[in-house]
Design a binder for this molecule. Structure first.
Ligand code: SAH
Length: 457
């Protein structure tokens, strides 16, 4: 490569760098003579020696050679494969350090993208025990020399063979042990994603935090699995296993689950609770993966909604209606809208099993349904939005401004699009009252934020 005169860093040379920030993949970010380098394993506040391994026009990548001055928040990861696994990015940062980082990240983005200079972001609400929180696990199954079941390595589809996970449910270890034994005993083929051949693709488990019920699901590239009687007997013996099923996925795709489920034994749905509300979860249903923090998040959203029992509320991007039903307990009427039809089916079922009659659900795009219903006369006092990473559609934001609810509660999984949308709402008659990050995914760089906006006009 030709050397660019404007780039002050050369490939393969060594540099000393002060780390200032953390990138989306957990890398340390710092500057060498004004040029940005991303360095895996380095932490903010550290002085490190790095070797430039990739030099691009505006930024490059460095390999960490030595930590000259270590961060007070550096810690030894409790997981043996933390450095290689794609699941966690921040295990080398103390939990306190992770929470501080998340608060700062939201604060910085609010200022930089949202132009919200006067807002004080509240400290991130973390977990008392930030381990083994996930109620869903997806283990790819494959083969190199030996049978591999575990997790994908970072930036690759190589499977790291493991049955331990610091953020997953400990019972998964037993389930993997049984299925591994079964595959070996009957010499069952496992999936090769390059050749699109072999039978067993993934093991997916769902566990209920409150009832302890477990659903074990085996995803296969085919329509049947031999010797299931033996497998069922062995899995049934694990305490808590309430349902065992197959999922058919014969597509050449990275999507883990296919559309069809075949029950082999037990219940089709396991039951879990969020607060007092009961939810039935099938292997295909969406459900928040951190049950403890979901409750923290929803309680905050409910508090911000400020309901007295008289309000009409919209829950946009409602999924299986979890937030809607939470709100319905304190509102006059709740309307939920969600684009995925099976999720709305679940939402209606969840309303039924909880005896909630003041929640109505619509299938469709929030930016289409809410404006339509507004024209028909549905005007909300409070609107909750919980969009995917890309944030709210402009048409929806326009309708929010037109409808002028007293309050908007914005739940977001991406602070950048959140800040963009807040900027628009602030320019059109709302003020940001509270910004509360919640740590739904300890040891990862993700941060969830709930914001309360008030109408100022
Ligand atoms: N509020 C739910 C789910 C939020 S995830 C909960 O707390 O569990 C975001 C949801 O938005 C997903 O279920 C996704 O299917 C849905 N979605 C994506 N685009 C949408 C759109 N344009 N209109 C309505 N829903 C949409």
């Amino acid at each position: 490569m030709k050397k660019d005169r404007n780039i002050p860093v050369e490939k393969n040379k060594h540099y000393v760098m002060q780390v200032e920030d953390i990138g989306v993949n957990g890398e340390g970010i710092g500057k060498v003579k004004g040029y940005t380098l991303f360095v895996e394993g380095a932490l903010p506040g550290e002085e490190v020696e790095v070797r430039a391994v990739k030099v691009k026009k505006n930024f490059g990548y460095g390999k960490l050679l030595k930590i000259i001055r270590s961060s007070e928040h550096r810690k030894e990861p409790s997981c043996a494969i933390a450095k290689r696994c794609g699941g966690c990015q921040l295990q080398h940062l103390s939990y306190e350090g992770q929470l501080q980082y998340k608060t700062k990240k939201v604060q910085d983005i609010m200022e930089r993208i949202g132009g919200l200079k006067d807002i004080k972001v509240l400290p991130t609400l973390g977990m008392d025990e930030p381990y083994h929180y996930r109620n869903k696990a997806q283990f790819p199954v494959g083969k190199t020399e030996d049978l591999n079941i575990g997790f994908y390595a970072r930036r690759s589809h190589d499977i790291i063979n493991t049955d331990e996970c610091e953020i997953g449910h400990p019972i998964n270890k037993e389930i993997i042990r049984v299925i591994k034994g079964f595959i070996k005993a009957f010499d069952i083929s496992v999936y090769d994603e390059v050749k699109h051949r072999g039978l067993i693709r993934h093991i997916v488990t769902r566990t209920s935090h409150h009832t302890g019920e477990i659903m074990a699901c085996i995803v296969i590239n085919g329509r049947s699995l031999p010797n299931t009687v033996t497998l069922i007997e062995a899995l049934k013996a694990i305490e808590g296993v309430a349902g065992i099923c197959l999922n058919y996925n014969q597509e050449k795709t990275n999507v883990i689950l296919g559309k069809e489920i075949k029950m082999l034994w037990g219940k089709e749905k396991i039951v879990d609770y969020i607060g007092d509300l009961k939810f039935e979860i099938s292997p295909l249903s969406f459900f928040q993966v951190n049950p403890i923090q979901t409750e923290v998040l929803y309680n905050r959203a409910l508090e911000y909604a400020g309901l007295t029992g008289e309000e009409v509320v919209w829950d946009a991007y409602c999924g299986i209606g979890t937030i809607s039903l939470f709100l319905a307990q304190k509102a006059k009427q709740v309307y939920g809208v969600e684009i995925v039809e099976p999720a709305i089916k679940d939402a209606r079922n969840n309303a039924d099993i909880n005896g909630i009659t003041n929640a109505e659900f619509f299938v469709g795009k929030a930016e289409v349904i809410i404006p339509e219903k507004y024209v028909e006369g549905i005007k909300a006092d409070v609107i909750v939005v919980d969009p995917p990473r890309k944030g709210c559609d402009g048409k929806l934001l326009n309708t929010l401004v037109e409808m002028a609810p007293k309050r908007i509660v914005y739940v977001s999984c991406d602070p950048a699009t959140l800040a963009r949308d807040l900027k628009y709402l602030v320019e059109h008659g709302f003020e940001v009252d509270q910004v509360q990050p919640v740590d739904m995914f300890p040891h990862t760089t993700h941060v969830e934020t709930v914001v309360k906006l008030n109408l100022t006009l």
